[in-house]
Design a protein around this ligand. Structure first.
Ligand SMILES: [Zn+2]
Length: 85
């Protein structure tokens, strides 16, 4: 099984949520998420935001809004990890 870093996972996360990854990459992402609590937190936050938008009748989050959310999550995630190490 191919291993990916947290940074790589974050790059694929929105595609993962949208089911836009190919089978192999989905499996790799699932494996990473199964072993990495930090990335699971980021995934949950991102999914919640997407769910909120869908409940408001918007089928998808505007790309720019999602990018901004994603950057915030990524920054928080990377900052948190620096604090831990
Ligand atoms: Zn991770």
């Amino acid at each position: 099984m191919q291993e990916i870093s947290c940074e790589e996972l974050l790059q694929h996360l929105s595609d993962y949520i949208d089911n836009n990854l190919d089978e192999e990459l989905t499996a790799v992402a699932q494996h990473h998420l199964a072993t990495c609590p930090n990335c699971r937190i980021v995934l949950n936050s991102t999914q919640k935001t997407i769910t909120l938008f869908r409940e408001q009748g918007k089928r998808t989050i505007p790309a720019e809004r999602r990018d901004r959310l994603f950057n915030q999550l990524q920054a928080a995630f990377l900052t948190g990890r620096e604090t831990i190490s």
